[in-house]
Write a protein that binds this ligand. Structure first.
Ligand SMILES: [Zn+2]
Length: 464
């Protein structure tokens, strides 16, 4: 497999540090609100990458953190008059709800910053004693001039970095690019005691500590959105390599941003589209297909029209699978043959090429057409082979068609409304036999109708 490494800017052959094991870290969300579709892109892409590496036989250990100490969380907590932990825990639960609805697997470890404060403090002490950091008035800063390779990951010169985003100007710093490892507590802020007084960790150090504590000093893959390359990942790299003296990451992978009517989607411009709203509107598979149909390093334009077309495509595939399952209820494993091996090779060739998911998605939909054609022709053996490839291998590898479809529920609601209208007309025509039959047949299927003066309600007595 070849991966384009942000560090070298080149395609590189993927070889994990230890054969057979992939140690992977993805920067997770700052938990102060519900996640939006921009957050969902790395979730979908790197979940699929993890599944693909497993399909290829690797044991993948994946860590994704929760940033639970941050200005935004503290502001929210002060706004509501609660502890910052209550805000963080609330939005961590909401995150899991959304991730489950999207059908993204939980990482092996999901550490929180607040659980790693003692390790953070001892690492900051170590950085000071090694001459990479200095303390000023309760703050501790990383001295970028002590790390000559600073700027290597983001490929930026010092002046470009200084004018870059999120560099805090502060007269306590020796150099404008120096960044906080530890911040002295301000009034009304949560704090921990430290050798420099009461304070809390800076943002970047948390990822260094959580990743290396859980995965060791060199990670195989560090992934995240390209907006994190500078300064966050540049800083993570400097701190980690200063601490351990070893390369921090073998392969850096960054996904491009999602654009909403051409602009970068961000909370600051107010184009928020909550993931759960998008899931309700389009369904999990449509959203995943939308993301995977574009290469992860290319920007993707979000539009109602494009994502809706993936809702239709997802339905077409689901219908083909259901058609096969109702036609051939006994599903056996097909004998391996040349045709199957060729399709697998085609699938892997796409994904081995810097995780070219658009090609893999195109192959899946070619095979959906072939599945329908084989069933039309009554070619059961061929249909079984395609069904098996899609349902047992290719779709699960990309995380597709695993979550019960929200659109399916929407269709049920629409059909029920039609039945309720027909039943009302039958009753007005005094055709009670037929109207009762609708009610009884639905009841047998776990749907109860309840007549009220202003219409009919329905509710589900079983999972539909
Ligand atoms: Zn991070």
């Amino acid at each position: 497999m070849r991966i384009r490494n942000t560090l070298s800017g080149k395609l590189e052959e993927f070889q994990p540090k230890d054969p057979g094991v992939v140690r992977m870290y993805v920067c997770g969300p700052t938990v102060y609100g519900l996640i939006h579709i921009g957050n969902a892109r790395p979730m979908v892409v790197f979940d699929a990458l993890r599944r693909y590496l497993e399909y290829k036989g690797y044991r993948v250990i994946m860590v994704q953190n929760f940033t639970d100490i941050d200005d935004k969380i503290i502001n929210r907590a002060n706004e509501f008059g609660v502890d910052f932990r209550d805000v963080a825990e609330t939005f961590i639960s909401e995150y899991w709800r959304d991730a489950t609805a999207l059908g993204v697997r939980a990482p092996n470890f999901a550490p929180k910053t607040s659980d790693f404060v003692p390790q953070i403090i001892s690492s900051v002490e170590k950085l000071i004693s090694k001459g990479y950091a200095y303390a000023v008035d309760g703050d501790v800063y990383f001295d970028v001039t002590s790390f000559p390779k600073y700027g290597e990951l983001s490929h930026r010169s010092t002046s470009e970095m200084i004018s870059g985003a999120r560099v805090e100007i502060n007269e306590k710093k020796r150099n404008p690019l120096d960044f906080a490892l530890w911040k002295a507590a301000k009034p009304n802020e949560p704090f921990w005691t430290s050798p420099w007084g009461n304070g809390r960790p800076g943002w970047h150090i948390e990822c260094t500590i959580m990743s290396t504590e859980l995965l060791g000093s060199t990670l195989d893959i560090h992934a995240g959105g390209e907006d994190l390359i500078f300064p966050h990942h540049e800083n993570e790299k400097a701190q980690s390599e200063a601490l351990t003296g070893e390369p921090f990451v073998k392969y850096w992978m960054h996904n491009a941003m999602i654009r909403f009517s051409g602009d970068k989607m961000s909370k600051s411009i107010g184009n928020i589209f909550l993931l759960r709203e998008a899931l309700k509107r389009f369904g999990a598979d449509a959203l995943k297909l939308f993301f995977l149909s574009k290469h992860y390093r290319s920007p993707i334009d979000f539009s109602d029209e494009v994502v809706s077309s993936w809702t239709k495509a997802a339905r077409r595939a689901s219908e083909a699978f259901m058609r096969f399952e109702s036609k051939y209820p006994l599903i056996s494993v097909p004998k391996n043959d040349h045709w199957l091996e060729e399709r697998r090779a085609e699938f892997c060739e796409s994904l081995d090429d810097d995780f070219n998911t658009p090609k893999a998605v195109a192959l899946i939909f070619d095979l959906v057409n072939d599945l329908n054609r084989s069933m039309d022709d009554g070619d059961e053996e061929k249909a079984l082979k395609i069904y098996h490839l899609l349902r047992r291998e290719f779709c699960p590898v990309l995380g597709l068609f695993e979550v019960p479809s929200q659109m399916g529920k929407k269709s049920i609601d629409e059909v029920l409304q039609i039945l309720i209208d027909v039943r009302r007309q039958l009753r007005s025509l005094k055709m009670y036999d037929l109207s009762d039959r609708i009610r009884l047949e639905l009841k047998e299927r776990g749907i109860e109708l309840k007549d009220k003066p202003d219409g009919t309600d329905y509710f589900f007595t079983e999972e539909v």
